[in-house]
Design a protein around this ligand. Sequence first.
Ligand SMILES: [Zn+2]
Length: 136
Amino acid sequence: MQCPFCSRENIERQKIFENVSELVLYNLYPAGKGHCLVMPKRHVSGIRELGDGEISSLFSTVRLVAEKLKRHLNPDGFNYGINEGDAAGQTVEHCHVHILPRFKGDFVKSGVFHSNELKEEEQMKRDVREFRKLFR
Ligand SMILES: [Zn+2]
């Protein structure tokens, strides 16, 4: 099976930002509004396969996305997370960092980075458009 984060079709649908080395996708199974995934474009399954420069670049992009989300949604906090390996709940074997804006009193269970419901297609399109604008 092709990696969903390397699939041109998924990238077209979910991409909100990219630079030379990273891709930012809107989560198809968002745990909350603004739930983004930042990943290296290079297909690697985990953090340990990345070089120092790649790690640095990845987290600079994480910071950039968090700054955009903070300005746009003004959340009370963020969860940043990486699931690596089956046992840790990694469902797509392409290294990615979850960024989940959090609001006081929201209902998301801690440590869970996606809902069980696939985002409705039209809502997904609206959200992707909304968040793409932050990077213009
Ligand atoms: Zn991949």
